[in-house]
Design a protein around this ligand. Structure first.
Ligand SMILES: [Zn+2]
Length: 309
């Protein structure tokens, strides 16, 4: 992260004409380890949640879904969504976390060494049970996620674990009547396979949608939502923009997935909810729709998925 620290937070964009929702962000990571404070040269970890909420609201990002998808972040999310009315929560054991809880230590296509943390001493079933009890007890947790399949970060053993964990989370979302947020990396066919075989929850969202027009058409047929993040603005991603063009406006959501995937032209610099307007403007450009209409639709879709807040 040395490079992002040097370059610091991007400037705030112009405000959107109508408030929107960042339906997938990781404020735990944003405040704990990303880059510097607002002022250049301030030490790492010195921004606060209140500052991020304020800065986002100033540009029309008034509400967010905070995603806690490792066991520590699940507990953090449970608390923080009670303290800030702008936030709802999503909780799950991320597919790459599930692999570590299951004791798998293999090298995947990413070629990284497994890096287990103290929390991974908890058995996978127990970790998912914790997700269930927190989601059941806190009415501000409105989604199970992110869960799914990550074939870039998992080898054969890991993939089997991820599939079981994904299926358990799908069942949990249905049991609790919550939305589902899916992480799908290099695994479109198998994600769709699980959803069709097990039956998708009524409100299913492909977080950081990464498919092409084919996956978009399946989503359209099934009524699944696609949430677009910074990559929709990256030059090389024509397939992603073509996918966006296949979707009806009522199935499109937006997100930052902060602290990653910062929208063009700030790629590689730290991300936070106040940078969502760049992605919203890209959606308006790609679909040839009026910015105000896009914002209004995004806000409406977000409430359709997560309920009012
Ligand atoms: Zn995420």
């Amino acid at each position: 992260m040395a490079r992002t620290r040097e370059r610091g937070w991007p400037p705030a964009p112009d405000a959107l004409p109508v408030p929107v929702v960042d339906n997938h962000t990781h404020l735990d990571s944003v405040v704990e380890w990303v880059a510097d404070g607002w002022e250049p040269g301030a030490p790492a970890g010195t921004t606060t949640i209140a500052q991020h909420l304020e800065r986002a609201a100033a540009v029309g990002v008034t509400r967010m879904v905070q995603v806690g998808c490792d066991l520590d972040a699940v507990h953090w999310t449970d608390e923080v969504v009670r303290a800030h009315p702008q936030l709802l929560g999503a909780v799950a054991i991320h597919p790459n976390e599930a692999v570590l809880h299951a004791g798998v230590r293999e090298i995947a296509p990413d070629e990284l060494e497994p890096d287990p943390q103290p929390r991974h001493a908890t058995q996978l079933d127990d970790a998912i049970d914790t997700v269930m009890s927190i989601a059941r007890a806190n009415p501000r947790i409105r989604a199970i996620g992110e869960t799914g399949l990550d074939y870039f970060r998992a080898g054969p053993q890991g993939r089997a674990v991820q599939r079981d964990a994904f299926r358990a989370h799908v069942a949990l979302a249905k049991e609790l009547g919550l939305a589902l947020q899916i992480h799908d990396r290099d695994a479109h066919d198998d994600v769709v396979d699980v959803l069709l075989n097990d039956g998708a929850p009524e409100r299913t969202v492909f977080h950081c949608f990464s498919g092409g027009p084919d996956l978009a058409r399946i989503a359209r047929e099934q009524g699944w939502y696609a949430s677009f993040a910074g990559p929709v603005s990256f030059g090389a991603n024509d397939e992603l923009r073509a996918a966006l063009g296949e979707l009806p406006p009522e199935l499109v959501l937006v997100e930052t997935d902060a602290p990653y995937l910062t929208v063009h032209p700030f790629r590689g610099r730290p991300n936070a909810p106040y940078l969502l307007p760049g992605t919203v403007r890209t959606v308006a450009e790609v679909t040839g729709r009026d910015l105000e209409a896009v914002c209004t639709q995004i806000a409406r879709n977000s409430e359709a998925v997560y309920g009012p807040w």
